[in-house]
Design a protein around this ligand. Structure first.
Ligand code: SF4
Ligand code: SF4
Length: 136
């Protein structure tokens, strides 16, 4: 990677929410989203979460990649899960030039906005490692 990158999420864009993949939740993400929707954590989990011994993720509806993706954007935007909030500052994207460039082909925010020092971006990526210790 170069020493600096540029990134600014583009208003109205939801492309990353529509990419193939799963949305993993921390316990804190689950609790915040439940509260936002006036549900207990247990109710939220029953409706929206698939949990295994080592991870929990949003169940995926048939018609789209994410239950919370609407025509107006993310319906839980203010409490969206950690991986959504930190994208594209994900460790495996920042640590590989080819992964970053491949992501830049579909994320229109990459290459826009203020310069970000790679060190600062990697600090944000550390939050991903803390949030999802089974993946990194
Ligand atoms: S694809 Fe990029 S620009 Fe679009 S919403 Fe996601 S982070 Fe923002
Ligand atoms: S939770 Fe919100 S930000 Fe995350 S993938 Fe779903 S719609 Fe997108």
């Amino acid at each position: 990677m170069t020493e600096t990158i540029r990134f600014a999420c583009q208003p109205g864009c939801t492309k990353c929410c529509d990419m193939e993949g799963f949305v993993y939740l921390t316990e804190g993400d689950l609790n915040k989203a439940a509260k936002f929707l006036n549900l207990t954590p247990e109710e939220f989990e029953t409706r929206y979460v698939y949990r295994t011994a080592h991870q929990r993720r949003l169940r995926k509806p048939r018609a789209s990649q994410c239950t919370f993706l609407t025509a107006e954007g993310c319906s839980i935007h203010s409490v969206k899960p950690t991986q959504c909030r930190l994208f594209p500052f994900w460790p495996h994207l920042l640590e590989s030039r080819s992964e970053w460039e491949a992501t830049a082909k579909w994320c229109p925010g990459i290459g826009q906005g203020e310069l970000v020092q790679i060190g600062a971006a990697l600090e944000r990526a550390e939050e991903m490692k803390t949030a999802y210790p089974n993946f990194f």
